[in-house]
Design a protein around this ligand. Structure first.
Ligand code: RIB
Length: 335
């Protein structure tokens, strides 16, 4: 069996010390001649030497690793978010460890603890069920940098903020402009803070148009395709001419349910989603939605977290990102 090439082998071949090789490969070899640096890099390539991260971690006290916890890997919103996380991690020489907890609180706590045990440098938590208490007890006490998505951790915590209020307003403006007044909403019964703001923006703009959204017009359902599908009958019981689904997955499930009930979208009922996931362009009719810049969210969240890991004393960082309406085929003027 072939033996793994070690830093010692490389140092011997290059005729320098192990420390010299280590400093050159870690980008700290300015004090060595160009000739020595080139020789070390060339031999590294020829011999196929891959640095041992465990040994490196002991010296550098960092695994250059971030943990990312999302509620549902099956939702394309989160796979697009992760694409952004991966891009920026790669640029900044970090590796993300990604976990989807399938909306299971216990699983989320398990992953969180395991990530901390494995000494990740920081965490991005895009999960609603991590309580402020858990954050205080586990993350703050251990001095682990973190960034929350969809929740406001307070003014001292770094944040990527999406304008959910404006998103709700744009949704209301669009449906009202099409002449709809009998509007229903589908959303979870324990919404995260961003969803509450989204709904508040929606209601407030409807009120400005003298349309009252009664509590009974809001159907509570899990924020998944199945949740949207299961909400169909309750939604139809409200006899709406338009529905605002709090995210695209819910909207897609609902459209399936409406189709099975012989209800045509948008001829009988307009359906408006939220997120702008890639599937929206591939369903019939194509889904009208509010676009969230989710890849940018992943990139920015990762950038802010790595800045924080590298300088824990800097002031809280805040990035604001806009939303906009993507008008497609699932909404239409009231007949
Ligand atoms: O689809 C996932 C939803 O959960 C998004 O709308 C996002 O904002 C989060 O709250």
């Amino acid at each position: 069996m072939t033996r793994k090439v070690t830093i010692r082998d490389l140092a011997e071949a290059a005729g320098v010390s192990v420390t010299t090789v280590s400093q050159i490969l870690n980008g700290k070899g300015e004090r060595f001649s160009l000739d020595t640096r080139r020789r070390v890099h060339q031999l590294q390539e020829e011999m196929g030497y891959v640095p041992d991260f465990n040994a490196r971690n002991l010296i550098m006290k960092s695994a250059q690793t971030i943990g990312v916890l999302v509620p549902n890997l099956g939702n394309p919103f989160f796979s697009m978010f992760i694409r952004g996380v991966q891009e920026t991690s790669r640029e900044r020489h970090f590796i993300p460890l990604i976990f989807g907890a399938n909306h299971d609180e216990q699983l989320e706590s398990y992953y969180l603890e395991e990530l901390i045990k494995r000494a990740v440098d920081g965490l991005i938590i895009a999960s609603a069920s991590i309580t402020a208490e858990a954050i205080d007890n586990i993350l703050k006490k251990n001095g682990i940098p973190y960034l929350l998505i969809d929740q406001n951790g307070g003014p001292s915590v770094d944040r990527v903020r999406i304008n959910d209020e404006q998103g709700g307003q744009l949704a209301a403006d669009h449906l009202v402009a099409l002449g709809h007044q009998k509007i229903a909403v589908v959303m979870p019964d324990e919404p995260t803070q961003n969803l509450q703001i989204r709904l508040a923006g929606f209601k407030q703009r409807l009120a400005e148009h003298h349309i009252d959204l009664a509590d009974s017009a809001v159907t509570h359902s899990e924020m998944t395709k199945l949740g949207g599908y299961q909400a169909t009958k309750a939604v139809l019981a409200q006899h709406p001419t338009a529905v605002f689904a709090i995210n695209d997955e819910t909207a897609l499930g609902l459209m399936r349910g409406l189709h099975e009930q012989g209800v045509s979208v948008p001829q009988d009922i307009s359906v408006l989603g939220y997120d702008d996931i890639d599937l929206d362009e591939y369903v019939v009719p194509k889904l009208t939605t509010i676009h969230q810049p989710v890849v940018t969210m992943g990139q920015q969240a990762t950038g802010l977290l790595i800045n924080r890991i590298q300088d824990q004393r800097q002031a809280a960082q805040l990035v604001d990102l806009p939303v906009d309406l993507r008008e497609r085929e699932s909404t239409a003027p009231l007949k």
